[in-house]
Design a binder for this molecule. Structure first.
Ligand code: GLU
Length: 546
């Protein structure tokens, strides 16, 4: 068969450039010793999974800690999955978590275009080359024929796919091919696999270690009928010409590795290093399963922004999942910038990391406790503007007032910083009682209404805004005593049955009346922040409700 003629008929010369053009246009990168070129290659589906951040962080760290390059390539070959604005979502969500690319889609860079749909010419040039070498061919099989093959293979318990004797179009004669072309039959271009599934090779995966890879024997599609490449073909071409040195990607691609190895070989390209990363898992009842886009809201990166997690908290937590020695480092250097941690691919888990939101929350509390009240204010305000209710937006209009509330709730100026805040949403809910719009008490007292009412009335009549903390507490004690409540805790502990309760029960009633909550930071300070008028009004309303 005249392969040059066939290649020209399928892909005319005027549509492509000589191969040397591409090699020159995308030269080897000049890199320092040890520097790696890594990439994130998401499909623009509009959904960013926590796994995307996980892989992005690993790639970013590996590239940046050794003066390498980290770029973004958009794998938009599947038109059906494409969503408008998705690239913006990729950039903005990763930027939020502090992951920055050096080059790539919507950024500058010498190795673009970084959208696969804009790279048709280069894929065609190499598909043509493979056809000329007899390593690729047109396949005219339609859905029906492929289904017939599939059914036969299932019935006879054979390996599925288009290979060997089932690869019908492998053996079409020249005449048959041209007849089909003349008849305008749609076709795809398939790799003419030279592999043998009986042959196995040792392979070193940077995460999984030494593994065995079986040769590919599938005549996989490399160009679809619309001329768009498949992931496999585009991956080989792009990672060669973008000069990627390490492909760190999800382990769902491990099964395709034999295809990729064959494609790189057929194209005459040097194979990059590969690292297949396990998916993030979670415990669901008795089982351990993959974090699922459908079932788990926390699988989406949007979740962390909607909840208002500090980017640094999420990043810190992700690092604990990514490198087994990170936590030890963090304990030693709690205040160092995260990027000073020496990231190592060898310390990535061979089995799936377990996602635990309670641990993330713990880390978040610690990271939150490093903020000043002003930093917390700015972060919560920005969160409220984007995700908060109208009432919550209003909390941040009076900066001076809210700073005081935050300082108290964060334990700033106290003996020890409080670690109550997890994320902006929860923190904003926690401070809501400071605002008339957010104060919605249910008044759940542990004592009889008549007792509570009397105590609230008595306290209200003696309360003075001018009292300092100890004068204020004396008054609480006075009211407690007047109602038979113990003020001497030692005496109370010895004979609790002699009292209806003690002074802290009285303080709790006042707390519920003025904040709606049984537990809050220091009540005297809360009343100072609320102000005299609001404190008295709240006491009055609480009395009226009894
Ligand atoms: N487009 C593929 C994905 O979104 C990328 C796989 C890779 O990193 O090579 O899963």
């Amino acid at each position: 068969m005249d392969l040059v003629k066939l290649a020209n008929a399928l892909i005319p010369d005027e549509n492509v450039k000589p191969l040397s053009y591409y090699e020159e246009k995308y030269p080897e990168r000049t890199l320092e010793k040890g520097a790696q070129v890594t990439r994130l290659a998401p499909s623009p589906t509009g959904f960013m999974h926590l796994g995307n951040l996980y892989v992005a962080l690993a790639n970013e760290r590996i590239a940046h800690q050794n003066n390498g390059v980290f770029f973004l390539r958009i794998e938009d070959t599947d038109e059906k999955r494409k969503v408008e604005g998705a690239v913006e979502v990729i950039h903005s969500s990763l930027k939020y978590f502090g992951v920055a690319f050096d080059e790539g889609a919507d950024l500058c860079g010498e190795y673009g275009p970084y959208y696969q749909r804009q790279r048709a010419e280069i894929y065609h040039a190499y598909a043509k080359e493979l056809i000329m070498k007899g390593l690729a061919y047109p396949c005219f099989c339609g859905e029906n024929e492929l289904e017939e093959i599939r059914n036969y293979q299932t019935e006879n318990k054979l390996l599925p796919g288009y290979y060997g004797e089932f690869a019908k179009c492998r053996n079409l004669t020249e005449e048959e091919i041209y007849e089909n072309l003349k008849a305008g039959k749609p076709y795809v271009i398939r790799l003419k696999s030279q592999g043998d599934v009986e042959k196995k090779h040792a392979f070193h995966d940077e995460i999984k270690g030494d593994i065995t890879v079986t040769e590919n024997n599938q005549d996989v599609v490399i160009l679809k009928s619309d001329g768009i490449p498949t992931y496999h073909f585009a991956h080989a071409i792009d990672d060669h010409f973008m000069r990627t040195t390490l492909v760190l990607r999800g382990e769902e691609w491990l099964s395709s590795l034999p295809i990729h190895i064959e494609l790189f070989n057929a194209l005459g390209f040097k194979l990059p290093k590969y690292a297949h990363n396990c998916s993030i898992q979670k415990i669901d009842g008795e089982t351990r399963r993959k974090l699922s886009k459908r079932k788990d809201p926390e699988a989406s990166l949007t979740f962390y922004r909607e909840q208002g997690y500090l980017p640094e908290a999420v990043r810190t937590y992700m690092m604990t999942l990514l490198n087994s020695n990170f936590e030890e480092w963090l304990l030693k250097f709690p205040d160092k910038p995260l990027d000073e941690f020496k990231y190592s691919i060898n310390k990535m888990g061979k089995s799936g990391a377990l996602f635990d939101i309670l641990k993330l929350n713990d880390i978040s509390k610690t990271v939150m406790a490093k903020l000043t009240e002003k930093q917390a204010f700015d972060f919560f305000k920005a969160w409220a503007e984007e995700y908060g209710t109208d009432e919550q937006k209003g909390y941040f209009e009076n900066e001076e007032y809210t700073l005081k509330a935050l300082a108290l709730c964060m334990g700033i100026g106290g003996k020890k910083r409080r670690k109550d805040f997890v994320c902006a949403k929860q923190a904003t809910e926690m401070i809501s009682y400071f605002y008339d719009d957010g104060f919605a008490p249910t008044y759940e007292y542990r004592f009889e209404s008549a007792v509570v009412k009397k105590i609230l009335e008595q306290f209200k009549s003696v309360y003075s805004y001018a009292d300092d903390c100890s004068a204020w507490f004396e008054k609480v004690k006075q009211v407690a005593s007047a109602n038979g409540f113990a003020t001497d805790m030692k005496a109370y502990k010895q004979n609790p049955e002699n009292y209806p309760g003690n002074v802290s029960d009285v303080a709790e009633m006042l707390r519920i009346a003025t904040t709606g909550l049984a537990n809050t930071p220091d009540l005297w300070t809360i009343m100072q922040i609320l102000g005299e008028e609001r404190t008295l009004a709240r006491l009055q309303t609480a009395i009226e409700k009894l």
